[in-house]
Design a protein around this ligand. Structure first.
Ligand SMILES: C[S@@+](CC[C@H](N)C(=O)[O-])C[C@H]1O[C@@H](n2cnc3c(N)ncnc32)[C@H](O)[C@@H]1O
Length: 214
């Protein structure tokens, strides 16, 4: 008989967690399921693949293990993928910041190994932290001044990985960009060694840039 135990257990665990979320946070169920759709996985897998190939990690940094921040981290899928697949250096801490109190409450059910922090990015004292990498795949949800501010306050050489899109039809998208070129231009006064990427998602385009704080 085929050894299906591990596979079966994974499926059982997923359904157990979905049931737990449905019982404790019924109003969040659809949003949680949306967080695991194909596009969400594709964009996050794309990010980790490109990040593992980015050639300017940690110039001037000699740490053995690093801290990583995910801003607007939702239920923690990005943090989990980075924590499992980042291949350049060991990770000491990975924090998923979100101001939505349910993000951490739900996220801890799904990904108990991730450190969820309930915080508005506006109130994050990033200068006092030791993040080597800051990832924000929620740029389209945040004011541009906040995005600039976060970079400006960060220490030199911090690696920023940003994703946005041109999907203006979604009302929560308050800060879309019209093209990859304009996304790069927004940040070239703040970041060095910029690498830029574009992904056609059908209804919209997803943009990504990586660069080190000047
Ligand atoms: C819909 S989700 C994430 C969608 C995104 N495209 C992704 O790839 O994960 C956007 C998240 O950003 C969070 N968010 C928006 N503004 C924020 C802020 N100022 N501080 C912390 N979290 C914020 C929201 O609470 C939400 O969980």
């Amino acid at each position: 008989m085929a050894n299906m135990n591990k596979y079966n257990q994974q499926i059982i665990d997923i359904y157990k967690n979905i049931k737990k979320i449905a019982n404790k946070f019924p109003g969040r169920l659809i949003d949680v399921l949306d967080c695991f759709n194909q596009n969400q996985f594709d964009c996050k897998t794309w990010l980790i693949d490109c990040l593992n190939q980015y050639p300017y990690h940690f110039k001037m940094k000699t740490k053995d293990s690093i801290d990583i921040a995910i801003l607007g981290g939702w239920y923690g899928l990005m943090a989990k993928i980075v924590s499992d697949h980042f291949s350049i250096k060991p990770i000491r801490h990975i924090y998923s910041y979100d101001y939505d109190p349910y993000a951490g409450q739900v996220g801890r059910i799904l990904f108990p190994s991730i450190e969820f922090v309930e915080k508005n990015v506006e109130d994050l004292s990033i200068a006092d932290k030791s993040f080597s990498i800051v990832i924000n795949t929620s740029c389209e949800h945040m004011e541009q001044n906040l995005l600039f501010d976060t970079i400006q306050k960060s220490p030199e050489h911090t690696l920023f990985v940003l994703q946005s899109n041109d999907y203006v039809e979604v009302s929560q998208h308050i800060n879309c960009v019209e093209s990859l070129d304009s996304f790069v231009k927004q940040y070239d006064h703040l970041l060095n060694n910029i690498r830029s990427f574009e992904k056609d998602m059908g209804k919209y385009k997803r943009f990504m840039i990586m660069g080190t704080k000047k």
